[in-house]
Design a protein. Structure first.
Ligand code: UDP
Length: 332
């Protein structure tokens, strides 16, 4: 199939691009490189398949869809940091909501009817019960989650007006790196737990600050569902088989297991062989105690299952990437 990935130069996009290529698909990347890396595209589809342009440029999008004979779009281009979304809400609205609208217009003009999009656990807000199923109320508590909910609602409207087929994957915490060690997480600034913890092991930071150790969890630190980025990538491939005209189908993509910040830290210490000093700090605003997925819908309907089921396995791949490329893509 001919597939366009928006945001294909990013962390999840580059792993997805590689997984699709390995399945024999033709993959084009559309990315403005504001957060993604040219080098990641070079290492996957090659620079000749990269269009550097804004999602707001509907004409350019339409032209790429037509000229490349695109049959399916995987829409991953979005801003995804909760803290930043709170301080720059307009930027998030413009990119995540209006950018998605622009893509829908372009797809409509180019007669492309298949779409897989990234959504997030943040649309659920702070559910009172665990694990989270897809039928839980959507009640985001931050601007990032609100923009993704807004996108989901626009997709529901779009499918009611056309024969568009949509799968929205609600990712839990993307983690790890490609086992080859040549693709991984490279954010500036880095805010995510595993890369930050491993940067301490590499001597790039002094210590890990644990954002709160007084949560209502067994060890007092927040519990999340860390899902390997290659497992996220494979979920997109599974999703291709269930696309159905006139529907938006939602799937939680998580392992179904919760891991605390302290457990992540222990895994990082074990894998890196470094003591990794840590200090308990104050809570980060908007962090719920516990979030983990009920992934049974993805398992039964998408025929998807995560291959990386332990936090240590996930951290091993992240450690390979960070230790071999301590400056991220700039190391290469
Ligand atoms: N966290 C932490 N110290 C850090 C970064 C993150 O204690 O330097 C915690 C954070 O409060 C959350 C968990 O690690 O409970 C995962 O955070 P991350 O930013 O990786 O992902 P998020 O859950 O925000 O998408």
């Amino acid at each position: 199939m001919n597939i366009l990935i928006t945001g294909g130069a990013g962390y999840i996009g580059s792993h997805t691009a590689r997984a699709l290529l390995e399945q024999g698909h033709k993959v084009c990347v559309f990315d403005n490189l504001s957060r993604g890396h040219k080098e990641a595209v070079q290492r996957t589809v090659g620079l000749e398949q990269l269009t550097i342009a804004s999602l707001h440029d509907t004409d350019r999008l339409t032209q790429v869809l037509l000229s490349e004979g695109i049959e399916l779009v995987i829409h991953l281009a979005a801003f995804a940091l909760v803290g930043e979304s709170q301080t720059r809400p307009e930027m998030y609205f413009r990119n995540n909501v209006l950018g998605s609208q622009s893509l829908l217009s372009a797809m409509n003009q180019a007669n492309v009817h298949k779409l897989i999009v990234s959504s997030t656990t943040a649309v659920y807000g702070t559910p009172r019960q665990m694990p989270i199923t897809e039928s839980f109320e959507r009640a985001p508590v931050n601007q990032y989650g609100r923009t993704k909910l807004e996108m989901e609602l626009s997709l529901e409207h779009a499918v009611s007006q056309s024969d568009l087929a949509v799968v929205a994957l609600r990712y839990f915490n993307a983690a790890g790196a490609h086992p080859n060690g040549d693709l991984g997480e490279d954010h500036h600034p880095e805010t995510h737990l595993i890369p930050i913890t491993l940067q301490v092991a590499l001597g790039q930071r002094e210590q890990l600050e644990i954002f709160g150790d007084d949560y209502a969890t067994p060890d007092g630190t927040c519990v999340r569902d860390y899902v390997h980025v290659c497992d996220l990538a494979s979920a997109h491939i599974c999703a291709m088989d269930v696309l159905s005209s006139g529907k938006v189908q939602y799937f939680n993509i998580g392992t179904g297991a919760g891991t605390s910040v302290s457990e992540v830290l222990d895994a990082c210490r074990k894998v890196s062989g470094h003591p990794i000093p840590s200090v308990a700090g104050i809570r980060r605003s908007g962090d719920p105690d516990i979030l983990y997925a009920d992934n049974s819908k993805a398992v039964s309907e998408l025929k998807w299952s995560p291959k990386y089921t332990s936090i240590e396995q996930i951290v091993e791949t992240a450690w390979k990437w960070h230790s071999e490329s301590p400056s991220g893509y700039r190391s290469g």
